[in-house]
Write a protein of this length. Structure first.
Length: 154
């Protein structure tokens, strides 16, 4: 088979696989190799009494550089993920603001203390200014908050 190629390997995250060397379900990555490389894997597999996938797994793991090995240790670990630091005062942000009584109470407290800057209120409760602004309008309309003087709620 001159000049052809094989799609040989499928990578699947370990959490989805039943055995480290067996692919289960839909694979997320595929690698295409040349005919010559595939034949070499088959030959090595015959010599070792193993399948081509097992052979290539071992060859790759043995051949990676120390720097790549270092990177491998951080892949998938929470510490390797860059995250924006949250304010110390940030409340639960996974819930809708309207369903977060702690955040709503903090908005009321800040409003009653005279704070009208919706960006500051949003930062304090851990929600975007636009979300907080919408909720403040609803609270004003419902009479839960009182607008003082001519100060803007925007």
């Amino acid at each position: 088979m001159g000049g052809g190629s094989y799609t040989l390997l499928a990578f699947e995250p370990p959490s989805l696989s039943r055995h480290p060397s067996h692919s289960v379900g839909m694979a997320s990555r595929r690698i295409t190799i040349s005919d010559e490389s595939y034949r070499a894997l088959q030959a090595e597999g015959l010599v070792q009494g193993r399948g081509p996938g097992d052979v290539i797994d071992e060859l790759i793991i043995k051949a990676i550089s120390p720097k790549a090995r270092e990177v491998l240790t951080t892949i998938g670990q929470p510490s390797a993920t860059a995250t924006k630091p949250k304010s110390d005062k940030a409340k639960l942000t996974k819930r809708q603001l309207a369903k977060n009584p702690e955040a709503l109470a903090e908005i009321k407290r800040l409003w009653l203390s005279g704070e009208r800057d919706q960006s500051k209120i949003g930062e304090a409760v851990g929600y975007p200014r636009s979300t907080v602004g919408g909720r403040i309008r609803v609270m004003l309309e419902a009479g839960e908050l009182e607008e003082e003087g001519e100060e803007s709620t925007d």
